[in-house]
Design a protein around this ligand. Sequence first.
Ligand code: ATP
Ligand code: MG
Length: 258
Amino acid sequence: MSFITINNIWQEYGDHVVLENLNLTVKEGEFCSMVGASGCGKSTFLRLLLGQESPSRGSITLDGNVLTAEPDSSRGVVFQHYSVFPHLSVLDNVAIGLELPQSPLFGRLFGAKKRAARERATQMLEKVGLGHALHKYPAQLSGGMQQRLAIAQAFIMQPRVLLLDEPFGALDPGIRKDMHALLLQLWGETRMTVFMVTHDLSEGFNLGTRLLVFDKVRLDPQAPNAYGARITYDIPLNETRLSALSGTAQDNVYALRG
Ligand SMILES: Nc1ncnc2c1ncn2[C@@H]1O[C@H](COP(=O)(O)OP(=O)(O)OP(=O)(O)O)[C@@H](O)[C@H]1O
Ligand SMILES: [Mg+2]
């Protein structure tokens, strides 16, 4: 059954048409990689999925319910430009995601619950290679380290839908590979549904179960903003490309296809 249904979505800002006539159905647990020219509306599409904006036309349903323009914890996001809390330490930046839902009034847990949250946050930070920087503040980190902190923040919440906007763009090739492995491991364990924008075509091919290409099919040189991008290709990625996945993740992929 379809988990997310994109039904004839248009997004316009004034007379600037950014997205036109997008239609898509996604099953729970799928991993959609998305590529397209700069400015064609990929981040806009993620904002619609996040519920940060409502489409000008059309609707998005998630699990049968029309998405309202209100983010909730079932959807997690890593933005294109890293966004972390500057006044919190690295450890607090990640632990707060676990603490807030459990203690919305105080925003902090105490005693054993607090220790458990911090332990989990520490483990996640070790996985993204920030185990040595737990007590630093974001301003003391490099751009790539801040990006990994943002990744840890999103991953620890294990959202049902994970939205990633070029999450690995700022990272060295070695660290990027580690992050790919971590993402695939988490995806395999949790069966979350992933939408990932990337400028790196090979990354898109290697990580997804599906590659969506955004492009304009209509172009008026006199009025470049008159037409928006559509999904011009929707490529199922074959099993050989998924060979890097862990057994569990692979089982999930096959289950999805079955
Ligand atoms: N709130 C807004 N108001 C007006 N125009 C907007 C708004 N948000 C996005 N746009 C325009 O929509 C277009 C698509 O932007 P978007 O950021 O979605 O592209 P993108 O595909 O993510 O590009 P990139 O690959 O460079 O990140 C751009 O021309 C942008 O200026
Ligand atoms: Mg973008």
